[in-house]
Structure formats: C-alpha cells, structure tokens
Design a protein. Structure first.
Length: 709
C-alpha cells in the first residue's frame, strides 16, 4: 500500500512540478524524466527514458550533464553555480563535504532557444551507502525581456527618488570603511576622492559632533544593528548644514557583506523646528506675561485703600516680576517730594520716608523721564540718573539691575515704582511692554484708592453729621452708641436720643433701606420729623402715626423705613415703646439670660396699619440694646439665625463686659462680625439703668459716649 502511494506521489511530482527532473543510473542511462523537463529541452519524457543524455538531450545540455554525473559517481563535485562553459572541459571539482555527496551541486548550462538552465545534482544512495544514481533538477533562470525592463525602470525610479529626496547614498565594507566613491557626497562637502576614500563621510562632520557620531557608528558596525544619527556637515562653502543619516547592514547567507547609508539634508526642517520652537517660546512667554498682568489687575481691583494697593504692588513685584525688592512711592500734595508707602523690610527704603523730586534716584528719574527706566548695571545707573549727583537713593549694595516705572494720572505723576534685582537682568522689548501695562494698572489702582479714601472721608463726615455728636447726659441713665460704616456711600442707619420737656428720655433707632443721598435725605427727614412730633406728643403711637402721615404725603420720595421708639422715665425706668417694623431690642439683666423684646413689631412707616404702643420697663441693672440689621444679617447669615446668635453671644459676655456698656457694644459687634465680611453699616445704641446703690458713671460727666468704628 505504501509503495503504491509513493509511486503516485512520484508520478504527480514528475507531471506537475514547475522544475524539470531526471534520474540517471550508474550506467549513465535516463531512468525517469518529468514532463517539465521535456518542455524545457523540447524532448518528450518517453523519448528520453532508456537513453543516455548524449543520445536524448541537446548537446549543450547533454555534455555538461554527463560530465557532472561521471564526477559525482567518481566521488567529486564542482563549485556551486559555476557555468559549465567556464571549466574548459577540465571539470575542476571540489572535494565532497564531510558527510559525503549529500549536498546538491549546481552548474549552469545552455538550453534550446538561448535559455539559461541551472542544474542541481543530488546523489541517491542504497541502504549500504553506495550511490545508485543521480537526480538532476533543472530550473529555467532565463530573465524575460519584460523582467529586465521592469528591473531597469525600478533602478531609474530609485535613482530619481534618491535625487529628489535630497539624499546622498554611500556604501562601506563590513567593517565600516568606505568601499566605493560617492561623487554626490563629495560635491556637497568639497572632499577630494582621496579624502573621501581615506575618511569617508565622517571627514565632513562638524568637530563638535564627530566623536559622538563616530562612536555610535562603530557601535552599530560592531553589533550589526541599524545606525541612526543626526549631525552637522561642512559644505564646500565652509558653512554647516544639518543631516540625518540611516545606515543598514546588507547580509548574504547570514553574513554582513556591506553597509548602505543614506544621508538626508534636514537643514530646512531643523530651521523650521527651531523657528517654531522660538515662536512657541515667545507665545508661551507672552501668555505668561498676560496671565500675570491679569492676575495683578484682579488683585489690584480688590483693594480700595492706598496702603492696600501698595501692599499688592509689592506682592506683584515678588511673584510676577521676580524682583528681589520693590518700592512704591507717591507724590506728596506739595508736589515737591515722593513719600515711600511700601518697601521691602530688608531694603534701603523706609515706609514713610521722603525723597525730594530733585534728588537722584531711580524713582525720581522715572518720573522725570515719563517712561519706564531700564538700568542694567551700576555704570548705567550713574549715567541715567545723573553722574554729577553724590549718590542714588534707595539702592542697596547687592543690587545689580533696576526698573523704574512712573505712575501717571491724567498726564501728571501720581507716584513711581522701583523693582530691584540682585543679579543681572536682561529686559526684552516684550518685558518693557509688560512693565508699561503693569505701571498703568498700578496707577489706576492707586488713583482709584486715593479717590475712594477721599470720598469715604467725605461720606463718613456727611453720615456723622446726620447722627448726634453726643448723647444727652441724663442722671440715672447710661447711654452709649457705636456707628461702624461699611462703604463710601452714605447709609440710612441712624439713632437718636434727646430729653423731652417733661424730663423723660426719648430714644430712637431706625433704618432707611438703600444707600446714597436718597437714603440720607430720607434718614434726615424721619429723624427731624420724629423730634418735632415727639416734642408735641411724645407717645409712641402718636409719633409713629405722625410719621405715617409724613410718608403718605411724600411717598414718591420715601424708601422702606423702620423705626423703634422708646420713652423712658430716668427716675423709675418705666416707659412705653412702639415699633414700626424694626428689629426687637435686646434685653440684658441680672435676673435671667438675655432675650429679645417679645412685643410684636408693626409694619414699616407709611403702611396702612393702626399704631400701638406697649409698656416698656428698664429695671435697675438692666440694659436695652437697639441695633440695625447690619449687626445680625449678611450674605451668608439669615436674619432669624443672626438674631439667635445675638442672644447667644450676649449670654456669653463676661460680667465685667456687661457692666460697661461701651465694652459690651464692642464685644457684641466684634463677635457678631467675626468670620463674616461686613456688607452693611452697623449702628448700636445701649441704654442701661444702673443697679440700686451703684453710682451712675455718666452722671456729671457732661456727655454720654458715642463711638465710631
């Protein structure tokens, strides 16, 4: 069964294999021949079997075939792939391998029609090792004209691609030494043929790159790995251009036979990358400067006082400018000197120090020049601020560079900044633009702060003019008030205390919603009207009803207004009270914890509702505190929560604090505002009836205290 399968396999091989086969026995007779062989030589297999090659095959094939068969049968073999026509018929042979004739021999012979046939020979052995015949395999190695044309075109295209790609190809031997000339490379570098053959492509590499690139090249040659590198090449004009190189080993039968490298001129790409890098760096620096300027503007916008703005500028000098010292100075009102308002503690400038505008300094020189002053050394410092001066002010011994910036307002100098550096500092044009923009923002912030402080002082003066300068001195009663403004605008919070014709004491606290002159005008009308009404009929229900009529008559001018009004007899502490929508008084006494007055508050002034009054008693040792909503309410704390906290804070006050209304008011305000940003004016009025047997501290003093926060 196995023999039949072998026969079928052999028949299929002889019939279909793309190469020709023939088996020649020891008598030099053809025992088998494939159809492919018949097609190659033009002789059918049946006409070959039983004949010798000389009888069956063309002479050009038969002669070399018989010679090789005889040599193989005799125990010799020819060099591989040697053309039989080159042996001169001598049949030079080479010894068989160590294992005998078990490796194929090859030779080349001519076939019909000019074919080029490659013959391979395989001896067949019997079980005892004797040779029983020779198998010949024939392959057609003739290149067709189409294949030759394809090869030619591929070669031309490769050459064109290399030239178009600005590449130079070079070849070395397996050890990395130049193997052949490279005219294209020499045309670029100006090397002579002798120079190139001596040093190769390395001879034109920049000296600073030579050691590195040569070592990398030798490492790759030693390990047989692909070589990649970048270096500068000296051209024949003497200039240098950037090249990228890649060299690969060419192997044959597992052995490196040569190296082929391609050097590509990447100067344009490298210059573009460097330009892109510089542009990116410039854009990044510009973005950083813009970010720092925006941050500085944001910080400056939050400050409203001159001192606060100066402190922010000093911080900007350290964080954004990277200055070692910063000095901020403003022109005095007499326009004759600068006054330092901010300076680093370790610098030569002192806060509050004065510098005459005629003195030599970076600050005064910047004001005189009306532009940023960039000074990059001691010699430049002397030259720019005046070499005839005795010495520059505000300069420390360890400083090496300075920037002076004038702060201008409407064309007039407002002040100046000085940034000092303890190391040399190169100031670019972009830096100058940044400094100019920063100086502009600082000048605006200082100008705004000056106006704010001026307006704040004016507004506070106006506000205080609408409040009593002194509270009345009433034997048997202690009065203390505090006013803590929040903004530069005039507010509507107010309080008042005055004696009535019958000797009783009238006390009032109110709040006109809103800010500005309208609120101030409303506050003045209500306060004056309340005094006039109280002198006619001091009863709370009558006074509040009279104020309602005022609001009805002037409703177009009025804003929402609340009032708490008390009338107390200093001798007994008994009295009456009325509330038109105001916050309940805080009551503090020795006989229990602090509490809020439980009387129901009515509606704000001007709202249609009958006004009522209720009994009010201030027993000896008790305190009544009237206040505005700025004490208990803000953006983060609701009114109800604030009122509860007020009661709690009052209950925590130590006895020595409660015994002094001035300290009590300060304690309540400080504790209630702690942790919150004040967003409204705060007014507080405290009324205390001294305990029995305790002398009245304010009696005989001529005034009752009024505090302004």
């Amino acid at each position: 069964m196995a023999e039949a399968s072998d026969q079928a396999l052999l028949a299929a091989l002889l019939a279909r294999a793309p190469m020709g086969f023939a088996f020649i026995d020891t008598d030099l007779r053809i025992r088998r021949a494939s159809e492919s062989l018949g097609d190659l030589i033009g002789v059918p297999p049946a006409a070959q079997v039983g004949l010798s090659p000389a009888q069956a095959w063309p002479v050009s094939l038969a002669g070399p075939a018989e010679r090789q068969v005889r040599r193989l049968l005799a125990g010799t073999r020819i060099p591989a792939a040697r053309d039989a026509s080159d042996d001169g018929g001598d049949g030079e042979s080479r010894p068989a391998g160590p294992d005998g004739l078990d490796e194929p021999d090859q030779t080349v012979a001519a076939g019909p029609g000019g074919r080029r046939l490659v013959l391979s020979w395989y001896p067949a052995h019997a079980a005892d090792g004797t040779v029983t015949g020779i198998t010949m395999v024939v392959a057609d190695a003739t290149a067709s004209p189409e294949a030759a044309e394809t090869l030619r075109r591929a070669t031309e295209r490769y050459r064109s691609l290399v030239q178009a790609g600005n590449q130079v190809v070079w070849v070395t031997d397996p050890t990395g030494r130049v193997a052949e000339d490279a005219p294209e490379w020499r045309w670029i570098t100006g090397q002579s043929a002798a120079e190139y053959l001596a040093e190769g492509w390395l001879g034109a590499v920049h000296p600073d790159d030579r050691v590195r690139i040569e070592q990398d090249w030798l490492d790759c040659v030693g390990t047989g790995t692909v070589f990649d590198g970048s270096y500068r090449v000296r051209t024949k004009t003497g200039s240098y251009r950037h090249y990228d190189v890649r060299a690969v080993p060419i192997e044959r039968d597992g052995v490196i036979v040569e190296w082929m490298g391609a050097s590509t001129d990447v100067t344009g790409q490298r210059e573009a990358d460097e330009m892109r890098g510089r542009l990116t760096e410039q854009l990044s620096a510009a973005a950083l400067r813009t970010s720092r300027l925006q941050q500085a503007t944001s910080l400056l916008a939050k400050e409203l006082s001159v001192r606060g703005v100066a402190a922010v500028i000093a911080e900007i000098g350290q964080s954004a400018v990277r200055a070692d010292r910063t000095v901020v100075a403003m022109v005095d009102a007499d326009r004759l000197r600068l006054r330092v308002i901010a300076a680093d503690d370790d610098g030569p400038a002192e806060r509050g120090g004065a510098i005459p505008l005629a003195a030599a300094s970076v600050l005064t020189a910047a004001i005189a020049a009306r532009r940023p002053l960039i000074i990059d050394g001691s010699a430049d410092l002397r030259q720019q601020i005046g070499a005839d001066q005795a010495g520059p002010a505000l300069v420390a011994d360890d400083e090496r560079a300075w920037v002076g910036l004038p702060l201008m307002s409407s064309g007039a100098p407002l002040g100046a900044l000085q940034f000092s550096f303890a190391r040399p500092r190169t100031i670019t044009d972009e830096d100058k633009v940044f400094f100019e923009a920063l100086a502009g923002q600082c000048a605006l912030a200082l100008e705004r702060a000056v106006l704010y402080e001026r307006e704040h002082a004016t507004a506070e003066t106006l506000q205080r003019s609408l409040l009593p300068d002194n509270l009345p001195v009433v034997p048997g009663i202690e009065l203390t008030a505090l006013y803590k403004p929040m903004t530069i605008e005039v507010g509507g919070d107010w309080y008042d205390a005055f004696r009535l014709p019958d000797g009783k004491l009238a006390i009032a606290a109110g709040d006109v919603m809103g800010k500005g002159l309208i609120a101030a005008a409303g506050m003045g009308r209500v306060r004056n009207a309340l005094r006039a009404l109280a002198l006619t009929d001091p009863r709370p229900e009558a006074v509040l009803a009279g104020l309602d009529r005022l609001f009805q008559a002037t409703e177009q001018q009025e804003q929402v207004t609340t009032v708490c009004y008390l009338v107390v007899d200093p001798a007994t502490g008994q009295g009456v009270a009325g509330n038109a929508g105001h916050l309940p008084p805080l009551l503090i006494g020795p006989d229990g914890p602090p509490r809020l007055d439980e009387a129901e508050a009515g509606t704000p002034l001007g709202w249609a509702s009958p006004r009522r009054q209720y009994p009010f008693s201030l027993r000896p040792g008790n305190i009544a505190v009237l206040y505005s909503d700025g004490l208990v309410e803000n953006r983060k704390r609701g009114l109800d929560v604030g009122l509860d906290e007020l009661v709690t804070v009052a209950g925590q006050a130590p006895p020595e604090i409660v015994a002094d209304t001035g300290r009590l008011i300060g304690y309540l305000v400080d504790r209630m505002l702690a942790g919150y940003e004040q967003d409204d004016d705060v007014t507080v009025l405290a009324l205390r009836m001294p305990a029995a047997g305790r002398p009245d501290d304010s009696a005989g003093s001529g005034r009752a205290p009024v505090r302004h926060g």
